[in-house]
Design a protein around this ligand. Sequence first.
Ligand SMILES: CC(C)(COP(=O)(O)OP(=O)(O)OC[C@H]1O[C@@H](n2cnc3c(N)ncnc32)[C@H](O)[C@@H]1OP(=O)(O)O)[C@@H](O)C(=O)NCCC(=O)NCCS
Length: 188
Amino acid sequence: MADDLYLARGPRTGIRPFAESDRAEFTTAARASRDLHRPWLAPPATDEAYDGYFTRLQEPSRAGFLVCESDGGRIAGYMTINNIVYGAFRSGAVGYGAFAHAAGRGLMSEGLRLLLGHAFGALELHRLEANIQPDNKSSIALVKRAGFRLEGFSPDFLFIEGAWRDHERWAITSEMLTEATSEPPGSR
Ligand SMILES: CC(C)(COP(=O)(O)OP(=O)(O)OC[C@H]1O[C@@H](n2cnc3c(N)ncnc32)[C@H](O)[C@@H]1OP(=O)(O)O)[C@@H](O)C(=O)NCCC(=O)NCCS
């Protein structure tokens, strides 16, 4: 991986911003991952959809990151932070999707750890939330592994696939990450 593109790097992955030049690789991977993503997520799978998505990611209330494999740079998945609000809140809402070829290998868990470091570091956020439908076990496992806590349950919270869906509200604050990473190895 070229160091200058990456905002953070771990042993197996790095996170970097989306680029216009990622269009073909991203949309091809999105089309190949439809079975994994449905009914939870519908990332841009055409050139036109990618360009609109890329433009929206440049808004100040959003940030988008590709999780890429250290070995070869292939895009393993992506993560976004939406609804970024500063002031007294300093919070954002994360979204993510693995691509089928990379799922189930721990790459997204590593990518999420890198994202938390970046969000609480360079982006100066204090809290990230992840709003997840109760049946989405892989997504709940991902945020639990990263140290998020369950804050509550919101009925009819987001409009997805033609209906208002109930969501669990998971979140992590910068203090929680600091506490988790300052514990001695093997103490959890
Ligand atoms: C949610 C989603 C991103 C999680 O991705 P994932 O591939 O399961 O996450 P990881 O890459 O961290 O892989 C975790 C798996 O790798 C395993 N693993 C292997 N090595 C690992 C390591 N070093 N660290 C962590 N996990 C590791 C874990 O045990 C886990 O396996 P399991 O699924 O059998 O329990 C993915 O399921 C997805 O894209 N879902 C559809 C879209 C979606 O739901 N988005 C969120 C909407 S709220």
